[in-house]
Design a protein around this ligand. Structure first.
Ligand code: SAH
Length: 228
C-alpha cells in the first residue's frame, strides 16, 4: 500500500473510532501506531485498516478496530499495569496492550496462532509480554493477581476463575463480552470502594470462548495467517 493511501486509511479509522466513542488520546495513538497489516494474512492486507474483523485462520478473527478501541479505553491503563488477556488470536490487541500497560500475559488455546502471534510481536519489538498456550478460561493463577483482565472471546457468563484473579485494589477491571455465540454484551466489571460494579458498553459479536482442554484430533495446524 502506498504511504499516502496508508496514512489516509489510518485517518479514516481514527474518525470511525471517534464516532464510536473512543476518545482516549493514548488509545488512539496506539491504534495509529501498531501496524495492523502485520497481523492479517497477506491476501487481506489491503483491508487491514478497515473497521471490521478479518479472518486469521482456524475459524478465528482479528477483532474490529473500534471494538479494540472501546475495550482498551474501558481498561483505563496507566502504563504500569499487569494485564491478563484471554484469546491472543493474531496478537493485534496484545500489541495495543503492550503499548499502554506495564506487562501483558496473553493466553491462546491454538498453538499455531500463539506461535505466529509471538513471532510477530517480537519482530515488532515488544518485550513486555508472555504468550502462553492454555485454556485461558481458568486464567493463570501463578501470575495472579492482575490489575486488568481482558477477554477477547464470547463467554456465556462472567468467568468466576478470572474474577478471582483480579487485583483487590480499587480501579481493577475486567472487560469481557458476555452472552451466547449469536451476540454478547460488552461488560466492564470494576472494583470500586471494595465493591464490584458492572456496566455495559453495548452489543458486540466475538467468536466463542472455548472451555476445557483441546480435544484430541482438533485441527491445530493450517492457515494461522501468513503475516510476518
Ligand atoms: N484479540 C484477538 C482476536 C481474538 S479471537 C486479535 O486481536 O486478533 C478469539 C481468540 O480466543 C481465538 O484465537 C481463540 O482461539 C481464542 N480462545 C477461545 N477460547 C479460548 C480459551 N479458553 N483460552 C484461550 N484462548 C481461547
Amino acid at each position: 500500500m502506498a504511504d499516502g493511501s496508508r496514512t489516509r486509511r489510518i485517518q479514516e479509522l481514527l474518525v470511525a473510532l471517534n464516532r464510536a466513542g473512543v476518545r482516549d488520546r493514548d488509545v488512539l495513538l496506539a491504534i495509529a501506531k501498531v501496524p495492523r497489516e502485520r497481523f492479517v494474512p497477506q491476501a487481506l492486507r489491503p483491508f487491514a485498516w478497515d473497521d471490521r474483523p478479518l479472518p486469521i485462520g482456524l475459524g478465528q478473527t482479528i477483532s474490529q478496530p473500534t471494538v479494540v478501541g472501546l475495550m482498551t479505553q474501558a481498561l483505563r491503563l496507566t502504563g504500569t499495569d499487569r494485564v491478563l488477556e484471554i484469546g491472543t488470536g493474531s496478537g493485534y490487541q496484545t500489541a495495543i496492550l503492550c503499548e499502554l500497560a506495564g506487562w501483558v500475559l496473553t493466553i491462546e488455546r491454538h498453538p499455531a496462532l500463539a506461535t505466529a502471534a509471538r513471532r510477530r510481536l517480537v519482530a515488532l519489538g515488544y518485550r513486555n509480554l508472555a504468550v502462553i498456550v492454555a485454556d485461558g478460561s481458568a486464567g493463570w493463577p501463578p501470575a495472579a493477581p492482575f490489575d486488568r483482565i481482558l477477554v477477547t472471546a464470547a463467554s456465556p457468563g462472567i468467568p468466576t476463575a478470572l474474577l478471582a484473579q483480579l487485583s483487590p485494589a480499587d480501579g481493577a477491571r475486567l472487560v469481557v463480552p458476555v452472552g451466547p455465540p449469536e451476540g454478547q454484551e460488552l461488560l466492564v466489571i470494576e472494583r470500586h470502594e471494595g465493591q464490584l460494579r458492572r456496566r455495559s458498553l453495548g452489543s458486540v459479536r466475538f467468536v466463542p470462548l472455548v472451555f476445557g482442554p483441546r480435544p484430541a484430533g482438533e485441527r491445530t495446524d493450517g492457515p494461522a495467517g501468513d503475516a510476518r
